[in-house]
Design a protein around this ligand. Sequence first.
Ligand SMILES: [Mn+2]
Length: 386
Amino acid sequence: MKFAHLADTHLGYRQFGLVEREKDFYEVFERIIDKIIEEEVDFVIHSGDLFDNSRPSPISLLTFQKGLLKLKNANIPVYAIAGNHDSVLRKGSIPPQVLFKKFGLKVISPINTNYMYEDVFIGGLPFYPSSQYKNLKSKLAELSKKAANHEKSILVLHQGIDKYFNLSYELEIGDIPDNFSYYAMGHLHNYINDDFGKGKLVYPGSSEIWKINELKDYRQHGKGFVVVDLDGSKPSVKRIKIDLPREFIERSLDYESLDSGIEGIKETIKDFDNKPILNLTVENVSSASNAYERINEELDSLSLMIRPKFITSDEENIDLIIDKENALGPIEVLSSRLESYDDEDITKLAVDLYNLLSKDKSEEAEELLKEFYNKKYPVEDEVMED
Ligand SMILES: [Mn+2]
């Protein structure tokens, strides 16, 4: 028996505010669905962050619906949980996944924690924030007990685990029951394939580059999903890479030889089907505006976006050229963007977060967020009932 496991497809994400990037995420999703059908799997598991948002746009919903119906026509059922992006942590709220039950989607929730596919036990939970740690632990214990009656079992979760994600996690590796055959994880955007208990623990990673810091892992493991074969004594995991529609090019250039550097990039990208994103660092810069102009003139029409960084010879950073006279400060921009919410608490939160994060005070920022959510959206015993 074979199944496909994917996660963190973030449909609807518009990176850098670019419609093209939103489309890239849809295109990758479509490619994954086609590839899943080609692989002739028996079922599919999606481990959360299907959508980038708990209120997905109609295009995101339609993209998923099309994929789901394609799978349905191929007789391949889909099991899914909600992640932290596509859920609202408030009692009584439901994740968008629930909309697709009528189309056959099997939603794993705190109420319906488990299903059977033939003799395979498929259990799981949606994302639980760390404030719900106790609840999560007791739910895991319940699932572990149920799974014990079955030879083959899968646990589906969308959580950070300290072993792989030591910056922010809800579970330590020792918290996870060890009697499942396969751990279908989501949340971490890098690819992880590890042994755990008697089975395998896998984070397939995000399907597209959601954040620039995923590039290193992408170069190493690519983006995609996994196909898992449950027939042996231990599951075997096959990584399926999916070509991304667009390249990210990272280059370091020297101001002294900027022209030849630019020529080199032009040579690399001239035959690309889709315009790439360029992450350029220029060193030994004596005039940032001159460097900016030359780069823009030569590369703008060949790229979707240029993200330049200028380093002067005395290593001082000039990230952006801002016309200070006419420019709005970040706080004004934030406040004006949030006006439509018409909620002073949210504007204040955003400004406070900006102030803390721009000073690298990430712990204080996290504390502030927790406080804010606990006050504004008190979470009771159960999250996301349906
Ligand atoms: Mn995610």
